[in-house]
Ligand binder design. Sequence first.
Ligand code: CMP
Length: 433
Amino acid sequence: MRRTKGNVIFYWDVLITFLTTYLAIVVPVGLIIGYRPEGFFLLLNLAASVCFIVDIVIHLNSYFLPDYVTEGERKLLRKRYIRRWFIIDLLSAIPFELIVLPENYFLLAAVLCTFRMLKVFRVLSFKANWEYRISMNPGILRLCFFFYFLVLFMHWIACGWLRLRTIPASADVLQEYIKALYWTTTTITTVGYGDIVPSQKSNIEMLYTMFVQFMGVGTYGYIIGNVANLISNIDQAKTRHRQRLDSVANFMKSKKIPKHLQERTYDYFNYLWATRKGYDHAAIMAELPESFKYEFALHLNKSIIEKVPMFKDAQPALVREIVICLRPCIYAPGDAICIYGEIGDRMYFINKGAVEVVSQDGKQQYAIIREGDFFGEIALILQHPRNATIRALEYCDLYSLDKESFDRVVSHYPEFEKSIQKMAQERMRQTEG
Ligand code: CMP
């Protein structure tokens, strides 16, 4: 359900982005060539307005927020939405482009059409959610956003240029637009071939060209700076990871660690790189002030909240209390995570991977536990030594919850204690009898 909600937000944002982009492209063209949308385009424009209004209603009702967000936070986010985006969203939902104004009211029409396109800046606010959904390098996503706005910006500049130049009645509009876009590209990229130039008799054309040239210099600098930064950031993480691996390799060689153990270690580091890009979450968290840690933990452990069905019906306050205590850990295939008969001091939630529950001698398999499930609760809740051995079947991304935190949480939520106890007794029965 939570997963579905997350997907719905993503697809809704994609739809809003599509409609906003469509309007940002079509509305200025319509304004310049004096075209009023009809037929299919009219329907699309009206559909955009309806979706924008639905979007406002959704945000005012905080419909897309996860269930664990408290009422207080919802109110705060609603207030922030009203302050930052409400007016923009409302103005862009009104189909101003359908209003017919006389030619000498062009400036007013341009202002109204600008209102209609304002929602394009809302797309910027989707970035954070997309970073999480698409799991793309934030630097690359930032560049994608940058190029998206650059292309739109160039389109608007080309439309402005078209407006300044009088298009002959017999001219091919598409060709004139392409010429304007060509002029924009050569000017903004500071290439400036000079084959299309402002009229020396028109001050406004020359001023407009100078303005675009200035913007071009800034844009060019931004692109170069960001691309270089992005590449050096990617390299930085990789270099750090390689150095770490080299030092472990040297250590293993000098201590003559058996070959199979060395191979498992390399495998583990490769997995670390593939899943976490070499970042150690615990070390990063340790550097943060206490007040931030809470929010970080909520964000970092968001995926496990969405995956574990037990959290679905739990009270948001309980989920918060547990989530802050979860510690990520990784196990390689074949690792024994719990050993039969041991005194257990923590339980585990599976974020990724699968484990098997086996007997003391490892010959009998009782169950396979997968993503979204948990284990190790019997030792904590029934004060019983581990009643089975747990082995990782593949690389497992787990979250552990220590006994102290567990005891504290269950003492606050007896219902939660009962449901875990029921599950533990059921599992005990299956395994022992
Ligand atoms: P614990 O006894 O702390 O450590 C071993 C864990 O294996 C145990 O908690 C349960 O979480 C899990 N376990 C034991 N028996 C079963 C079973 N039949 N099915 C699924 N999980 C089990």
